[in-house]
Structure formats: structure tokens, C-alpha cells
Design a protein around this ligand. Structure first.
Ligand SMILES: Cc1cc2nc3c(=O)[nH]c(=O)nc-3n(C[C@H](O)[C@H](O)[C@H](O)COP(=O)(O)OP(=O)(O)OC[C@H]3O[C@@H](n4cnc5c(N)ncnc54)[C@H](O)[C@@H]3O)c2cc1C
Length: 652
């Protein structure tokens, strides 16, 4: 009975085929090792890995190239996977990933090639190389064919002698009991040299086993086990005969298929699951920003059943650009900035927060509910409350050449762009913590780092400042300002060359010593600007009041997160000119969600959906009674207090 049920279940949920995703996201070190082992033993396909991080610009640039290449090459020729280095430290350190993106090429379970950087040509070349090798190595020599061969070239060779030759060949490939791949090819070549003819080689893995639709790569191996001598005839189905399977085999098959099904769920589907969908009623809370403040507000609001909508671009926020670990966030250990944000986002999504990957352009607070207008103008979101958590942005020097050469040597993110300047001379401008971190990150890979600071001492914390001072490859230019970024023309190729404008890349800097007024030039390949940040609040001009003492920061009332517009709350770096830390931002994000929750409850807002449902129910039940309104944010969140509705009810 159980068996019949399992059979039906298998057919119902999967039909008869399954497929691999184009680029599979690796979720654990074990999963990766299993994948390598599977393709080494069951398909012989090469595994090509993109080690990336969300906070790295070149990684984002290469991701679509990698996906496109996966499509071009075809799933029956190679397996393409990606590893988020922030989430998979163990794996990344095992394969010694030092810069991003890194592409690694595995064949027969072994790494055969690797390179770092945003080189499409190199990626293509190495991919083609490993695919060719896998095709060449898709051979096997059976003991039967070897015996036949000796019969014709050396009939005096004993059975033991033949077996010994075969065993030697088999032992050359680790973990294999058969004479396969490079070892089989090598043996065949040697025999040809000696006897002027070669033994018959067979395909090791048939096309069906290498096909992405083959859930039966495993079965291919099963079919061959116990009979290495059988030549596999083309066209034979390798699909498991589920009708003949035992209950255990069915369970095993079910596990394997469920695993494959989970793998096939690609990123877009994942996004869709937690994506915002327009509703007939105003949202209870819209959170603008996806950094620690926004994510913390989302977790609190989601747990209070307010179904928050987070609007933020998929990348962004200050921690995204932090490559070294966030060492001061309690409870989080050995996690980089993007890793911390990803974990927070995951937690918010788990509790029901939904995400809209967009930028807010403006807020219409002239009537209620508020209207939030995003870059994608088809999205105007009505909401009862808004939590602003839009953080801050990097400051620039605003000197000639800086803007023109952004992306060609000018950057504000060492973690993102540092790998491009491996073994090159780079400059960091600034004297605060950010500048120290940028210099230390770059010193790991660059030939030399020159730190330019306009004063004669650092503003940075003592520990970081001292690390920079002690570092042998960081040179400091005190009392110096950068006047101009100097460039050299870049050779452009291809169809989309802009003939009107010559593209320039950084070649040096014009600098001035502020004590002697001496102007000079220094050669460098890149300039990383690390001179602080400005709150991202322009879109709020005319909506809420700004802090008169700190330009650009939002004004909040007393110790609350209330702005001057009732129903709009501010949290994180947008309203904090003093602390500006991940933990303080997360703290104020939580406070903003609690303030919003209280505001909704006190103003009896956000109940439309529940009221509508109750009315509908009453209608269906044929009752004329007033529907009972059950929703209350306070009771939903654990009943810490009473809202206005309860107090009125009590008084009556
Ligand atoms: C290099 C560096 C290293 C740091 N290291 C540490 C550290 O080790 N420990 C620590 O505690 N702090 C650190 N900080 C400070 C910390 O990153 C910030 O204090 C914290 O990220 C602020 O959080 P936030 O949520 O307020 O803003 P942010 O993290 O800046 O997030 C702002 C969010 O709002 C989004 N956004 C902006 N405008 C819009 C818009 N119009 N519409 C929609 N979304 C928008 C952004 O895309 C982003 O998602 C570091 C900062 C930097 C720059």
C-alpha cells in the first residue's frame, strides 16, 4: 500500500523528467562535494564554479556572462554552479578563494584550472578547454576488450598479466575501479606504440547520463555496476523502473528527486516567493532601505504581523561594500558585511516581509494613506506608515577626472574593485575608519598602497590607524590633497565604441602638499576614495524636516523615531549623525517598527483586509450583526499593551 502511494506521489509531483538549473546555487560544502563526486562518477561532466559575493561589482558584471555561457555551452556538456563566498566560508577557504569573482574548473573531482577577475575571454577559453578535456576523457577500456586485444596482438599474454595491466590502469584514477579517462587514453596510446594497433575504447558515460534530463545518472552507474564488461547499447532507457523498485529504493529515488527539485528552484523563483504583489488595500508599513535598519524594522514588523513591504535595490547599503569581517556586531562572528545583510534579509523574509527591488523617488504625504512613488513608475504603493531607512552614500572629492574615470580606476569600494588592481599600485584617499579598512583590504592584493590624508594624523580608531602605520606595503602622504585624477586613453574594441568620447583610465594623480604648497604628480593605477558618507534623504525634501545641526540628516522627535510628519518614521544612518554603526542602526530600525505598530493601533489603521474578510464572512453566513473586528497589532505581537479600541471598549 505504502509502495503504491509512493509511486503515485513520485509520478504526481515529478512526472517523468527532471532537470538541472542552468546555474545551480550551492548551499553547503557537503552539497558541493556530493556534486563533484556525482559528476566524477556518474556523468564525467566538468563542474565550473563562480565564487562570487553580492557586494562585489565585477561579480555582478560577470553573473549574466556566466549564465549566458552556461546556456551556450549546454547542460549536457558542463555543470555550472555558483558559490556565495559570504554564505559558504568553509568552501571558499578550502579552495583558497582570495579575490572575487574567482572561476574554478573541476574535472573528475579535481580542480584543473582557476582564475580571478572579470575576464569574459578567459572564462570562455578555460570553459572550452575543460569541456574538450571532459569529452576526450569520456572513454573506458573494459577488461573484455583488453583481453580481446591481447588475443590478436600477443596471444601468449596470460590472463593474470592482462589483469595486472588493467589494474594498473584502473589505479591511476583515484576512486575508480575501472580503466577510464586519461588513464585509458594513455594506456591505449602506449599499446598502439608497442603493437601498432590500439584496443577498442568505449564511451564511459552515454549521452543520456550526461543529459540534464537524466535523473538517471545514478542509474547509469547502477546499470553498469557488477558488469564492467557489458557494452552499453545506445538507445537503452536508463530510467529507473519504479514498478520493480523496493520501498527503500522508492524512498531513495524520492529523496533524490526532491533534492533535484529544490535545486531547480532558481533565484528568480526565490525572489518571486518574497516579492511584493499589489493589494486592494493600503499596506500597513512600507520600509525604505535594505540595510541593517531596514532589515531590523522588517523583522519586528513582520513578527507583529504587519506584513511589511521593503523597497530597496537588490544591491546597496554601506555594509555591502565591506569586505573585511564585521567584528563588532554582537552574536555575529566571522561574517562579512554582505553576509550580515544577507542573513538579516533571510530572517525578515522567513517571518513574512516582502521585497520590492526598486528605488523610491518621492513620497506624497499630502493625503492619507501615503503614496510611495518608485523608479518603476507603475508601482505607486499606498501605505499607512513609512519607515525611512535609506542610509548613506559615499562622498566623492569632486575633482577633475574623478567622475569621468569612475569604473576605470576611480572607486569607493576596495572589496568590489580591489581584485582588478592585483599587483598594481593604488592610492586610498581619507583618514577615517573607512580609509584604513580600504587600505588594509587593498594591501592584501595590490603591489603598493599609498594613503593620502589632508591632515597630519588620522581620525580613525587607534587600532585600525596603528595597523595601517605598521603595514609594510602601505605608504602615507600626510598633509596632502588630490587636485586632479590623471588618465591615459583606453584602447576600445568592438561595435559599441563611442567615437565622440575617448575613454580614459587612471594613470596618476596631481597632488598638493598643504604645508609647502608644492604641486607634484604621482603614478598610480587606481584611486579609492574613502572620505565618508552623506545621508540618502534627497527624496524626502518637503516631506519631513531635516536636522538643523547635521546637514542632510532627518529630524526625529526626542528618543523616538517619529519624524515631523506623523506616520513617517526614520531609523539608521539617515537620522543618526553620531553613532552610525550597524548595531545602532538595527536598534533604531527595531524602535521604528515598534513606533509604527503603536501608531497603527492607536489610529485604528491597517484593518481593512480583516474588516473586509469579516464582512464577507458575515454576508455568507447571512448574519446582519456588525462584523467583529479581530485584528490588533498589539495583540498580534504578543499583547504588550492596549490600543485605543480596547480602552474605549473597556470604558463602555
Ligand atoms: C566601509 C564601511 C565599513 C563599515 N563597517 C562597519 C562595521 O564593521 N561595524 C558597524 O557596526 N558598522 C560599520 N559600518 C557602518 C554601517 O555600515 C552603517 O552604520 C549601517 O550600514 C547603516 O545602516 P542603514 O540601514 O541605516 O543604512 P545602509 O546600510 O546604508 O542601507 C541603506 C539602504 O537603503 C537603500 N536605499 C537608499 N536610497 C533608497 C531609495 N531612494 N529607495 C529605496 N532604497 C534606498 C540602500 O540601497 C540600502 O539598501 C561601515 C560602513 C562602511 C561604509
Amino acid at each position: 500500500m505504502t509502495k503504491i502511494f509512493l509511486l503515485c506521489f513520485l509520478f504526481l509531483i515529478f512526472g517523468t523528467t527532471e532537470s538541472r538549473p542552468l546555474v545551480r546555487q550551492i548551499r553547503s560544502a557537503n552539497e558541493f562535494e556530493r556534486l563533484l563526486s556525482k559528476h566524477s562518477k556518474q556523468t564525467g561532466l566538468p563542474v565550473i564554479v563562480d565564487f562570487y559575493s553580492d557586494g562585489c561589482g565585477p561579480c555582478r558584471m560577470m553573473a549574466p556572462v556566466f549564465k549566458k555561457l552556461a546556456k551556450e555551452i549546454g547542460q549536457d556538456k558542463a555543470v555550472f554552479v555558483k558559490v556565495d563566498t559570504n554564505a559558504q566560508y568553509e568552501l571558499s577557504s578550502k579552495y583558497q578563494i582570495r579575490s572575487l569573482p574567482t572561476f574554478a574548473f573541476f574535472l573528475n573531482g579535481k580542480k584543473v584550472n582557476q582564475f580571478s577577475g572579470a575576464g569574459e575571454a578567459q572564462l570562455r577559453q578555460m570553459t572550452n578547454q575543460v569541456v574538450r578535456s571532459s569529452e576526450i576523457e569520456n572513454t573506458k577500456l573494459t577488461i573484455e576488450n583488453l583481453t580481446e586485444y591481447y588475443k590478436s596482438v600477443d596471444p601468449s599474454k596470460s590472463t593474470e598479466g592482462i589483469q595486472s595491466v588493467y589494474d594498473k590502469c584502473a589505479s591511476m584514477i583515484k576512486g575508480s575501479e575501472e580503466c577510464v579517462g586519461a588513464a585509458a587514453n594513455q594506456l591505449s596510446r602506449r599499446l598502439k606504440q608497442k603493437y601498432k594497433s590500439a584496443p577498442k575504447l568505449e564511451e564511459r558515460f552515454l549521452a543520456e547520463a550526461r543529459s540534464p534530463e537524466s535523473g538517471g545518472a545514478k542509474n547509469e552507474e547502477k546499470a553498469s555496476s557488477g558488469s564492467s564488461s557489458k557494452t552499453r547499447g545506445g538507445g537503452t532507457s536508463n530510467k529507473p523502473n519504479l514498478h520493480l523498485a523496493t520501498k527503500e529504493q522508492l524512498m531513495e529515488e524520492l529523496d533524490a528527486r526532491l533534492e533535484a527539485e529544490a535545486d531547480a528552484e532558481d533565484d528568480e523563483e526565490e525572489e518571486d516567493k518574497h516579492g511584493w504583489k499589489p493589494s486592494d488595500f493600503p499596506e500597513k508599513v512600507v520600509i525604505i532601505g535594505g540595510g541593517p535598519a531596514g532589515m531590523s524594522a522588517a523583522i519586528y514588523a513582520a513578527r507583529a504581523n504587519l506584513q511589511p513591504v521593503v523597497i530597496a535595490p537588490p544591491m546597496g547599503g554601506q555594509l555591502q561594500g565591506k569586505g573585511v569581517d564585521v567584528e563588532n556586531y554582537p552574536g555575529l562572528h566571522n561574517m562579512t558585511g554582505p553576509g550580515v545583510v544577507a542573513a538579516m534579509r533571510h530572517q525578515a523574509a522567513e517571518f513574512g516581509a516582502v521585497f520590492e527591488a526598486d528605488m523610491v523617488e518621492s513620497i506624497d504625504a499630502s493625503s492619507r494613506p501615503f503614496k510611495v512613488i518608485t523608479t518603476n513608475s507603475s508601482n505607486i504603493i499606498d501605505t499607512h506608515t513609512i519607515i525611512i531607512a535609506s542610509g548613506a552614500e559615499s562622498n566623492w572629492l569632486n575633482i577633475p577626472g574623478e567622475y569621468q574615470m569612475r569604473g576605470n580606476g576611480v572607486s569607493s569600494c576596495a572589496t568590489c574593485d580591489g581584485a582588478i588592481y592585483r599587483e598594481k599600485n593604488v592610492v586610498v584617499v581619507g583618514g577615517g575608519d573607512s580609509a584604513m579598512e580600504e587600505a588594509l583590504v587593498l594591501a592584501r592584493t595590490s603591489k603598493s598602497v599609498t594613503l593620502i590624508h589632508r591632515r597630519d594624523s588620522f581620525r580613525a580608531s587607534n587600532i585600525l590607524g596603528q595597523r595601517v602605520l605598521d603595514h609594510p606595503s602601505i605608504n602615507i602622504l600626510w598633509n596632502t590633497v588630490v587636485l586632479q585624477v590623471l588618465g591615459k586613453p583606453v584602447n576600445q574594441e568592438g561595435d559599441d565604441v563611442d567615437l565622440d568620447e575617448q575613454v580614459m583610465a587612471v594613470s596618476g594623480l596631481k597632488i598638493e602638499n598643504t604645508e609647502t604648497d608644492e604641486i607634484s604628480e604621482i603614478a598610480t593605477d587606481a584611486m579609492f576614495v574613502a572620505i565618508g558618507h552623506t545621508p540618502t534623504t534627497k527624496f524626502l525634501e518637503g516631506v519631513v524636516e531635516f536636522d538643523p545641526e547635521h546637514t542632510g540628516y532627518l529630524l526625529t522627535k526626542g528618543r523616538t523615531t517619529h519624524t515631523t510628519e506623523s506616520g513617517i518614521f526614520a531609523s539608521g544612518d539617515v537620522s543618526d549623525a553620531v553613532y552610525r554603526q550597524a548595531i545602532t542602526s538595527a536598534g533604531s530600525g527595531a524602535a521604528a517598527a515598534l513606533d509604527a505598530e503603536r501608531y497603527l493601533s492607536e489610529n485604528n489603521l491597517g484593518n481593512e483586509a480583516a474588516e473586509f474578510e469579516a464582512e464577507l464572512l458575515a454576508e455568507i453566513m447571512g448574519s446582519d450583526d456588525e462584523p467583529e473586528i479581530t485584528y490588533n497589532a498589539y495583540s498580534e505581537s504578543g499583547g504588550r499593551g492596549v490600543g485605543i479600541k480596547e480602552s474605549i471598549a473597556a470604558e463602555l
